[in-house]
Every structure is written in C-alpha cells, then in structure tokens.
Design a protein around this ligand. Structure first.
Ligand code: ADP
Ligand code: TRP
Length: 326
C-alpha cells in the first residue's frame, strides 16, 4: 500500500527585506524539505496587512520575497509556490475557525503583545492573526510546518483549533499539523546580540549591497576585551553568525583564536564579512537572473495559485458541508 506523501507547508510575511534570521530560522529548512514531500510555500500578504498600510510598498515586498525564495533555491517544479491573497478561501476558513476559537487561546499568544509593544497598531486583525495562520495550515491538510521558534505557539494554536473543529463537526474533518523547528538556528542573533528582527533594526539582509553589509558587520556589538587577551566565546554574535556561513574547520579556527587571544574583534568581523559574502554569492547571482525575468516570477505565482486553489477549494467545501453552510 502506498501512503500519501507528507504535506509540508510554510509561509513568510512580505513585510520587509529578507534577513539572515529568516533564512536560517525558516527558509533554509523549508527549502531542504521540498525534496522530502509535497511542499506548499506561500507569501503571507494578508498577514502583512497587519503591519504594512501602503499598497505600493506591500506589492513591492511581495515581488521581492518571491524573487528571494526563488533565488534561495525554491524549485517551482517541486513545490507549489503562491501568494496567499490569490487564495481567498483562506479568509473564509479563518472566519469559520474563529467561531470555535476561544478568546483565551488568542489572549495567551505572545506575538500580539510583542508586536504591540514594538509599535504595531493594535488592530483586530493583529489579534486574530493566529486564526488566519491556522486556516493557512489546515486548508492544505498539512502534516509538517517548518518555522522559526517564535512561530511554534501559532502551530500549537492551530492544533487546538483543529481539535475544537473536529469535536464540534466530526472527527477527521481537519488534520493536526506538527511544527518542525531547527533547534541549532532557532534564534539567530542580530547586530546588537538580541534576536535578529526587522523590528529591532538589527538585521543583516540577505541581499545587502557590499558597502552596507560591511558597515553592518563592522558595527556588531562586542565587549571591550583588549586585543591580546582571550575573548569570551559564549554569547558572541560574531561566532554565532560565523558558524552559519563558514566551513566547520574555519569556525573551529575562529573559536581557537578567540580563546588564544592576540587577535582583535575587527579581524574576526573581516572573516565574518568574507564568509557571508562567499556563502550568499551564488544566491545573489541567481537573484540577478530572476530579477531580469519578471514574467517568469508572474508565471510561477500564477501556476502556484491555480494548484493551491484547487486544494483549498476542496477542503473548504468539506468544511462548509460539515458546518452547514451553503
Ligand atoms: P521579524 O522578526 O524580522 O519580523 P518574522 O517574524 O517575519 O521576522 O519571521 C519570519 C520567519 O523567520 C519566522 O518563521 C521566524 O520564526 C523566522 N525568524 C525570524 N527572525 C529569526 C531569528 N532571528 N532567528 C531564527 N528565526 C527567525
Ligand atoms: N506568521 C508567520 C510569520 O510571521 C507567517 C505565516 C503565515 C505562516 N501563515 C503561516 C507560517 C502558515 C507557517 C504556516 O512568520
């Protein structure tokens, strides 16, 4: 007997330029998984409406993120790649799910409070955002959801909502998904040592131009250990970032040099700059090629939308039938 392939789904919000935290926290593992199952990846533009209130800017971010995904290795012949707003079924399912979602479940979500604390408008959409995310996941009967650690709670909320739906309308109506977190890169540090995040203005963008990249890496916060003395390896953002982009032997050499003393932070930052540039050079080349071919991007998204919508329609029809709509 052949079993159905594992369905993998994830999304990224087009709310700014892609940074190294997004890449190593989520995108890289998602892209590896495209070889292991039936992958659905999308640009979560409905979600970004909670923070971006400028139509042109949002379109620009969507386009850039589509190009970024493709430049980083998303293979449209292996996965269904689409824009969330091309599948309006997500929002209808979100409404249905919201009617079984206890307020307390959403009140416990960290991301609403965190985002409001960072200055994002406290809208109903921002509060209800985990319900839309649940709809994104459940509408494709997803098995695995690769995300960064800060999204784990939302996948757990999705499971809770699916359980409520199944209790109310019939066991097996919705499939319970599992989060997939890559622990080694669950929190990539930013220039100031906090979690890298566009809201903290401490990011290194993936496709940063060299002068800006250099300026940023040289500005990474360090302690005041004199050049000749050994440097602490714990909590070093330079080391944590270097580990992501350097060969293991080069990383080990930097750890040894930290511990030996005699080399200043400026030199370590130069090594980090070189390794970062080398690591992302092939992506940069591919990005330039894709940018020169906008029709290709449109075509990939149009084909993705068609395939995704066919699946979403089926699930929504099943749910509408179960709850008594139409
Ligand atoms: P930001 O914090 O910059 O707004 P998002 O919240 O849009 O980033 O995150 C998009 C995805 O990237 C999520 O899956 C998230 O878990 C992951 N991610 C973001 N920042 C990091 C980080 N510093 N380390 C690891 N993963 C991250
Ligand atoms: N909330 C996710 C983020 O901010 C993006 C997202 C929306 C998502 N819907 C999803 C991720 C469904 C995984 C599955 O990064």
């Amino acid at each position: 007997m052949t079993s159905a392939p594992m369905r993998i789904l994830s999304g990224l919000q087009p709310s700014g330029r892609l940074h190294i935290g997004n890449y190593f926290g989520m995108m890289e593992s998602a892209l590896k998984l495209q070889h292991e199952g039936d992958a659905y990846y999308f640009i979560a533009d409905y979600h970004s409406l909670t923070s971006v209130h400028d139509g042109r800017l949002l379109r620009d971010h969507v386009r850039n993120l589509a190009i970024d995904f493709l430049a980083c290795g998303l293979d449209p012949s292996r996965c269904v790649f689409f824009r969330q707003s091309d599948i309006p079924e997500h929002t209808e399912l979100a409404w249905i799910l919201s009617t079984v979602t206890p307020m307390g479940l959403l009140e416990r979500c960290h991301s609403y409070k965190d985002k409001v604390a960072r200055g994002i408008h406290a809208s109903h959409g921002l509060f209800a955002y985990p319900v839309l995310m649940a709809a994104d996941i459940l509408i494709y009967d997803s098995d695995i959801v690769p995300v960064g650690r800060d999204q784990k709670q939302h996948v757990e909320v999705t499971r809770d909502i699916a359980i409520k739906m199944n209790e109310a309308f019939g066991e097996g109506l919705l499939k319970l998904p599992q989060p997939r977190i890559r622990e080694e890169t669950a929190v990539v540090p930013g220039l100031d040592g906090q979690k890298m995040s566009k809201s903290y203005d401490n990011t290194i963008q993936l496709f940063e131009e060299l002068p800006a990249l250099k300026k940023k890496i040289m500005s990474i916060k360090t302690d005041s250990t004199p050049v000749e003395e050994p440097k602490p390896v714990e909590d070093s953002s330079i080391l944590a970032l270097y580990k992501l982009v350097a060969a293991p032997a080069d990383y080990q050499a930097m750890v040894d040099d930290f511990q030996r003393g005699g080399i200043g932070y400026g030199e370590f930052k130069k090594r980090l700059l070189q390794a970062t540039t080398d690591y992302f050079a092939p992506f940069r080349e591919k990005r330039a090629e894709i940018t020169a071919n906008p029709k290709f991007v449109d075509q990939v998204l149009a084909e993705g939308a068609e395939k995704a919508r066919a699946v979403a329609r089926k699930t929504l029809a099943r749910v509408r039938d179960a709850v008594g709509l139409g």
